[in-house]
Each structure stands twice: as structure tokens, then as C-alpha cells.
Design a protein around this ligand. Structure first.
Ligand code: SF4
Length: 387
């Protein structure tokens, strides 16, 4: 806004931890009782000392320059914060939980993942290391318990479910998974819940997952980017590389089928894979779904370069334009979660229309849940492949 690259559309920009700062801003608005300061900078000045907990920066445009307040970085204590479900309630359901109301819960062990896959915006290289792993199972248990209480109080005719938003549930820690299982066994909750894990962690934590299955674990979500990690420059989560990646995926899916834990997955293309291997991955997913009943659902994405706090391979995108101009590519991208023509990964380049169209054409083979409907017969169709 100061450089006049965009209109002056934001009064105040806040980055960082918002848990206490948002409450502080709300207090300021309430105290102003309708007489809000004309200038956003007066509002920012009125913020209490940077001692407001969290690592944050609040800024606004004032007389053609930036006026900002920076926190002193007092750490948050997530053990003291209320569960989001107690503050915001809940009103919607993930359809994998059979009509139960679904809360978003978290162990608050950190801001991102324990791994550092280079293409990922949740990588610990960007989001930092775990802050408080030791108490994370107890916090997660509290949030699950609060979910059951809120559903019972606010929606007495319905039952509870929850999805754990940790990038990797409890950092994949065996000790924390056992601690959560212990808490749930000592104080059983009427809740079905799901979480995210990696393929290798599913294989490594089978006993803990079987225990958690008896306490409501019904769904795990994984990321499957490729069958050949080396082709996309490797993945930090690929921790058992002496065994073929495809064999490990099958091992994890087979275990989940036998444990009656549903599996969903995100598929990410645009990481530098060849069209042949992209095709092979799609074929394998179809084959595995017919054998193991999952993964379902599948969300498709085409990798976008994230700002990554400056670690963006020197791309320096300013992200001021719509990510994809009007045209056929934009129509095709409507089938993806994340995708962009303007902001592709470094060295990969803008996706070609024919390769994206090929993936979209094949998506119809993933439309049915193999557990609840007859699976359509599938054969690789030459007309669907790139020539
Ligand atoms: S394991 Fe998943 S969430 Fe974690 S850094 Fe890798 S891709 Fe991202």
C-alpha cells in the first residue's frame, strides 16, 4: 500500500501469533464504544505494551509510511488457552464421520510440521521446531473432551467427532500417542476422530494406532506426492528409504483397511515429476483403492511456490495478481485445491494445459467411495494419456 502497488484497502495488518492480540484489539474496540480513532495508527498506538503475549507485529499506513508495533515475544502458554470449540462452537460435519458434528482440534505442539519437505508451507524449516511436545497429548485430550461437552450442551440430539489439525498428529511421537491412548482409556469419550500422519509413521506406530482405534480413531489423512521421491528432489518425511515407497504405501493402506480406519489423501503434482510417473501414480491409486478401499477422499493439488518467509528459491513473487488468468487452465484448476499458473515452483514452470487436462480427465475414476458403492471398472485408456 505504501508503494502504491495496491489500494489502501487494509486499516491494520497483523502477522504472527494472534491468540492474545486479537482479544486485545477486541477490548480496544469495546472500550472505544463507537468512537473509534479516525486513524488506524492511533489504534495501533493504543495497543498495550508489546508485552501482549505472542510473537507478532501489527502495522498500518500512516502518512505514506509504515507505522508498526512489534511484540516483545513473550511466549504463549497453550495449556492456559481455552479450546477453540468452547469459544466458537461447532455446526458442520466431515462426511467421513457419519453425520457426527466435527470440531477442529489441535495439540498445539507447534506452528507446523516436524518434517521439512522443501515444497511444503508447513515445513519446520519455515514454521519452526515444536514448542511444547511434552504436554501435547494432554492438550489434545482436553480439546476432544471439550468437543464432547459442547456437542452435548449445544446439540443434545447429535454426537461428536473431531479432526486433529496437527500437520502430523502429536509429532508422531510414540510417547505422546501412548499418553493420548492412556487418557482416552481412563476416561472414555463418545467421539469419533481423525488426524494426519505420514505413511512411514503409520507403519512405525501400528500398535499405538490400534489402541487409539479402540478410543474413537476412525480416519487418517496422508499426503502422497509421488512413487519416486528422488525424482522430486526427495522428501523429509521419507524416513525409511531403503524400502520401496510404493511398498510402504501399500503396507500402510493394508494396515488401515484391516484396522477399519478410513484413509483420505492429498495428491500433489507439479513438483518436477515426469508425465509418465504422474500417470503411474494415478494408476496405482486406482489399483490400491480397489484392493484396500482407500484412500478416499482424494484432494488434488498442483504445487504453488509459497513465500516461505523468504526461502522461496529466490522467486520473489509479490503475489499481487490473481494466481491464474482467465482461460482453460483456470477452468481446469477448479478441480484442484491449490494451483496457480503465475506462481509455480522454481525450476518447474507453469503447468501445461494438456498435462492438467489429463489429470482432470482421470479424476472421474476417484469419484466413488469404494466402500459404499460399486467400483467402476478401470483400464488405462490411451485416449486419456499424453502422447
Ligand atoms: S510431512 Fe507433510 S506436512 Fe510435513 S513437511 Fe512434509 S509434506 Fe509438509
Amino acid at each position: 500500500m505504501v508503494d502504491r502497488k495496491i489500494e489502501h484497502v487494509f486499516d491494520l495488518v497483523v502477522s504472527g501469533d494472534g491468540e492474545y492480540l486479537i482479544a486485545e484489539l477486541g477490548e480496544l474496540v469495546a472500550r472505544a464504544s463507537g468512537n473509534l480513532p479516525a486513524q488506524a495508527s492511533d489504534f495501533v498506538r493504543a495497543l498495550p505494551e508489546p508485552a501482549t503475549r505472542g510473537d507478532w507485529i501489527a502495522g498500518c499506513v500512516h502518512e505514506c509510511s509504515i507505522y508498526a508495533r512489534v511484540s516483545s515475544g513473550l511466549p504463549l502458554d497453550y495449556n492456559e488457552l481455552p479450546s477453540p470449540v468452547r469459544v466458537f462452537g461447532l455446526s458442520s460435519s466431515f462426511d467421513v464421520f457419519d453425520g457426527r458434528l466435527t470440531a477442529h482440534v489441535s495439540s498445539d505442539m507447534g506452528r507446523g510440521c516436524i518434517y521439512s519437505c522443501a515444497f511444503c508451507s508447513e515445513s519446520s524449516a519455515v514454521t519452526g521446531s515444536p514448542r511444547d511436545l511434552r504436554n501435547s497429548a494432554d492438550r489434545l485430550f482436553r480439546q476432544l473432551s471439550d468437543t464432547v461437552t459442547v456437542v452435548r450442551e449445544d446439540h443434545p440430539l447429535l454426537q461428536a467427532s473431531a479432526f486433529v489439525e496437527d500437520s502430523v498428529m502429536l509429532g508422531g511421537s510414540a510417547g505422546q500417542l501412548e499418553r493420548l491412548a492412556h487418557r482416552l482409556e481412563c476416561a472414555p469419550l463418545d467421539i469419533h476422530w481423525g488426524a494426519q500422519l505420514t505413511i512411514d509413521l503409520i507403519i512405525a506406530r501400528k500398535q499405538e494406532l490400534l489402541r487409539l482405534r479402540r478410543s474413537g480413531l476412525r480416519y487418517l489423512f496422508v499426503g502422497i506426492e509421488t512413487l519416486i521421491p528422488a525424482e522430486i528432489g526427495g522428501m523429509s518425511k521419507d524416513t525409511r528409504s531403503r524400502r520401496r515407497w510404493l511398498d510402504r504405501i501399500e503396507d500402510a493402506l493394508s494396515f488401515l483397511r484391516d484396522a477399519d480406519i478410513k484413509c483420505g489423501c492429498a495428491v500433489l503434482f507439479g513438483l518436477g515429476e515426469s508425465p509418465e510417473n504422474r500417470r503411474a501414480l494415478l494408476d496405482e491409486l486406482v489399483r490400491m483403492r480397489s484392493i484396500y478401499g482407500g484412500p478416499h477422499p482424494i484432494s488434488f493439488n498442483w504445487a504453488v511456490q509459497h513465500p516461505l518467509r523468504g526461502s522461496d528459491d529466490s522467486k520473489g513473487y509479490d503475489y499481487l495478481d490473481w494466481p491464474t488468468p482467465k482461460g482453460e487452465l483456470l477452468e481446469l484448476f477448479r478441480h484442484f485445491g491449490e494451483a496457480s499458473a503465475r506462481y509455480p515452483l522454481h525450476d518447474v514452470g507453469t503447468p501445461r494445459i494438456d498435462e492438467v487436462r489429463e489429470v482432470v480427465t482421470r479424476m472421474k475414476h476417484f469419484a466413488h467411495d469404494p466402500r459404499t458403492s460399486v467400483w467402476p471398472s478401470y483400464e488405462s485408456n490411451p485416449s486419456e494419456t499424453l502422447q
